[in-house]
Structure formats: structure tokens, C-alpha cells
Design a protein around this ligand. Sequence first.
Ligand code: TYD
Length: 211
Amino acid sequence: MLYGEVGGIDLAGKLIVFEGLDFTGKTTQARLLARRIESRGQPVVLTGEPGGTAVGNAVREILLTRRHAGTLDDFAELLLFMTSRTQHAREVVLPALALGKTVVSSRYRLSSLAYQGYGRGIDRDLIERLNNEATRGRKADVTFLIDVPVEAALSRKRGDRDRIEAEAVEFYRRVRRGFLELTADDPRVYRIDGTGDVEATASAVARCLGL
Ligand code: TYD
């Protein structure tokens, strides 16, 4: 088998993204998959949005602090997510892919379509134009949508909620519908049941990639 080729799928230079509601365990799954790929000798960059760069982390703080609840305008919120995405794509994702690394990211373009598009009601064509600019047109090669019903996801939260997590259940219902509708006919998206335990979900993810 060629270097970087795992189970028949060549993962070199591939972008693998985990998407889904808050509290679905995306970040854990991203970490487990990254570890599994790396153990086969393929270099991996594990990352995520919002954040992943110095500018992105500063923007993340503005986005998530509850100090701005009620004052941060929806369109300004979108632009801040796009700021984070632009820096992340150009500083981290695209250079790593160009070096033949596998990039595993918790969240990417789809999150803005679901949260700001379906959740906030911002025009999805506009969001997609901004997504294309931010990422220089680079889409994910494989997306895992970790799907958990809204009530189950929200009931997992312990401790303080950030500004977005404090949104009403109806907001999360729209976001979940967005994730499901936007990915329904996309052959590059695997919808994974995230209600089971961490290991079961990780195995389901790995099987999709032949790992
Ligand atoms: P995330 O980092 O996944 O949350 P955490 O690390 O706390 O589990 O995402 C932070 C929040 O930002 C989350 O509520 C989803 C939201 N979000 C958007 O609304 N739009 C976007 O484009 C992105 C990337 C995230």
C-alpha cells in the first residue's frame, strides 16, 4: 500500500471535517480519528473553528462571551465567523493540505450555513459566497455529521453556557434541520448517529474511511 493510502482511500492532502450541534462530541471524534490516521504513518493536523489561529482565538472570545449577548448583531456575528475561517483556512488548512498532510477539523463551512443560515435566517447564497472567499473555494473532502437530537444534545451540557449555547431550543431545532437538509444528497457527507458511546461512534467513523 502506498504511503498515506489507508484502506484504499488516499488521505494525503485530504480535508476531513466534523460537523453537528454543540455537545455532540465532534471534537472528541476529531481527535480520535486524527490519532487513528496518524498511527498508520500519515501526518495529520488536528484543528477546529472558531479559532485555530491567533486572530481566530481573539475572534472566538468576542463570539462566545456572554457579555455581547443581545448586542452582537447577527450579520456582525457571521463576519466574525468568516474572519476566523479566513485566517484558519489560509494559515493552517490550505498550507497543511499543500504539504500532503491530512487535516481533521472540528467545524468548517457547513457550520455557518446551519447556524447563521438556518439558525439566524441570513441568506445562504451570501454565506456560501463568503465561505468560498474565506477558504479559496476549498471544500471538505469528507464530512462527518455527528447527529444527535436537539434535546439529547442540550441535556449533555454541564456548567455555564456560552453566548450561542444559551440560545433557545427552537434555534437549535432550525440548526439541526439545516445540517440535515444541507447534507441530505451529498455523497461526501456521512451522517453518523452520535447518541451511542464514544467508541461506537469512533468505530462508525473509521469504517467509513476503511480504517
Ligand atoms: P465550537 O468550538 O464547536 O464549540 P465548543 O468548542 O464550545 O464545543 O463552536 C463554538 C460555537 O460557534 C458553537 O455554538 C457553534 C458556533 N458556530 C457558528 O455559529 N458558526 C460557525 O460558522 C462556526 C464555525 C461555529
